[in-house]
Design a protein around this ligand. Structure first.
Ligand code: RB5
Length: 157
């Protein structure tokens, strides 16, 4: 994978925050390596091993990193992607999309301007997870050409 031209809607995203619970940490390491190969800076917010942790803590760390502009977008991983996306979406500035395939990832960007992708390490294979991340980072929001998408996003902010 070469360097990605990432359109965040507000400029080029160079730093990607990533966090997981224990169920997701192995996939997190794979995805972090994939991002670095693609030319991104990776802000890894843990967890760093298989010891049991609570996914809301890692969702909160990533949410705060985006709020502080320490990263432009985020990747969250737990066993299913469900708990960690629920935790992240409790925050108004977060639009975390729980994605199972590249169609989810593409539409999450085009229609929802998702700033976080949530993946399930126990439900996705590595190749699917990497493809989802690539599409999530490469796809632009369609708010300029379809104002209805921008209007709906604005109502959630
Ligand atoms: C951890 O066992 C698991 O519950 C967690 O990773 C996640 O799948 C929750 O939604």
């Amino acid at each position: 994978m070469g360097h990605w031209d990432v359109n965040s809607g507000t400029g080029t995203v160079k730093t990607i925050a990533i966090a997981s619970d224990h169920a997701g940490y192995a996939l997190k390491a794979e995805i972090a390596g994939f991002l670095e190969e693609g030319g991104f800076s990776v802000l890894d917010l843990g967890t760093d091993g298989p010891d049991s942790v609570d996914y809301p803590d890692f969702a909160d760390a990533l949410v705060q990193a985006l709020a502080d502009n320490r990263a432009g977008r985020g990747i969250l991983i737990c066993g299913t992607g469900i708990g960690i996306s629920i935790a992240a979406n409790r925050h108004r500035h977060i639009r975390a999309a729980h994605c199972h395939d590249t169609t989810d990832a593409r539409l999450a960007r085009q229609h929802n301007d998702a700033n976080v992708i949530a993946l399930g390490a126990r439900t996705l294979g590595l190749e699917v997870a990497r493809d989802c991340v690539a599409v999530f980072l490469e796809t632009a929001f369609e708010g300029d050409s379809n104002p209805r998408h921008a209007r709906r996003i604005a109502r959630m902010s």
